[in-house]
Design a protein around this ligand. Structure first.
Ligand SMILES: *Cc1c(COP(=O)(O)O)cnc(C)c1O
Length: 356
């Protein structure tokens, strides 16, 4: 490796996290959500470690085809369904389960020439107001689909807007009940937050994503600190230069940080072009040689700077953890005003991945 930045994936942690999900929802089957290239981890790198799952859920047809080509024979759920009617031959060929959320899709399924019926996830809008039929329409749509020769097994699905917030899922569950009235239907309702915190919503299949990768659905690590979940990704690098600032000297673009006394600063080979957020403020936590310290100054494209005061032994070549086992991605995200999801999805293609 030339430049020292890397993303290391702990595949044992991934297996552990799937086992944590199974313990949380022991009577449900599990769709492991691997959309967005497995939340930035690389679907190709992680799918085997998740091989004990019951199915994989995603939304890019290319990712689904990749899984089939690598040999996954189990169920694949396309969370947003087909985007155009002429995607359906691929759904047929690769045996993909499709979400159905809009009227136009009914006609498309009706008219498709398929080798065999497709399994369907009928999506009910339980309050998110992105995809899905309103509860009062579900009965009629269900009956229409049920009557089609192109339709195989059917499941009722929703996606919660507030499973990770104090608002909770009571109102959404009421809408699901309204939609399901008079139907005998398997259900898949729970994202990570509902899988951990709302067992009344588990039903037949849960759909965890973020917890598999060891971050919190709420964005707060303390909410999952006792769950047994372990971070999968470590974003790491090394110190490539050291600066000894005199009192009053500044560091980085815009001179946004000024030393109040003499201060040792480490320059780390990682910047926003690697996926580390540029808006990270001074004091965003970083681990240097096993010691917790913080960033100083602005994050630049290829470098960021850290305070070496708590770790005087650190120098050129000293290892740095930007996030991972010790520096929780949720804690970095909180400093930046976002959630771990966004940071892990944004690790740049130029960062080499190491799996182990
Ligand atoms: C992304 C997604 C999930 C997983 O959400 P997490 O919060 O990562 O667990 C589940 N269901 C649907 C429909 C999704 O789009």
């Amino acid at each position: 490796m030339t430049r020292p930045v890397y993303a290391r994936l702990d595949l044992q942690a991934l297996k552990n996290n799937l086992a944590v999900v199974r313990r949380a929802a022991p009577d449900s089957r599990v769709w492991s959500v691997v959309k967005a290239n497995a939340y930035g981890h690389g679907i190709e790198r992680v799918w085997n470690a998740l091989g004990a799952t019951d199915g994989f859920a995603m939304l890019n047809i290319e990712e689904a085809i990749l899984l089939r080509e690598r040999g996954w024979k189990g169920p694949i759920l396309m969370l947003e369904g087909f985007f155009h009617a002429d995607d359906l031959p691929l759904y047929d060929k690769y045996r993909l389960t499709t979400s159905v959320h809009s009227n136009w899709q009914l006609k498309a399924i009706q008219n498709a020439q398929l080798r065999a019926p497709l399994d369907i996830y009928l999506k009910v809008n339980s309050g998110m107001n992105r995809l899905g039929f309103t509860p009062d329409r579900v009965h009629s749509v269900w009956q229409q689909l049920r009557a089609m020769k192109n339709v195989g097994d059917m499941t009722l699905m929703t996606h919660f807007a507030d499973a990770d917030s104090p608002q909770g899922i009571d109102e959404a569950m009421r809408r699901v009940e309204q939609a399901a009235e008079g139907l005998v239907c398997p259900r898949s309702l729970s994202n990570s937050a509902a899988t951990l915190w709302h067992p009344e919503a588990h039903f037949d299949w849960v759909r965890p994503g973020i917890v598999l990768y060891g971050a919190s659905p709420s964005g707060r690590w303390q909410d999952i600190a006792n769950s047994g979940l372990k971070p999968v990704m470590t974003l790491g690098s090394e110190i490539i230069a050291v600066q000894n600032l005199k009192p009053g000297e500044t560091v980085g673009y815009g001179s946004t940080y000024r030393a109040s006394g003499p201060q040792r600063i480490g320059v780390v080979a990682c910047g926003y072009a690697d996926g580390y957020p540029r808006i990270a403020p001074h004091g965003t936590p970083v681990l240097v040689d096993g010691v917790r310290t913080g960033t100083v100054g602005r994050v630049s494209m290829d470098m960021l700077t850290v305070d070496l005061t708590p770790c005087p032994q650190a120098g050129i070549g000293t290892p740095v953890e930007l996030w991972g086992r010790d520096i929780k991605i949720d804690d970095v995200a909180t400093c930046v005003g976002t959630v771990g999801y966004e940071l892990m999805c944004a690790v740049a293609p130029r960062v080499p991945f190491i799996t182990g």
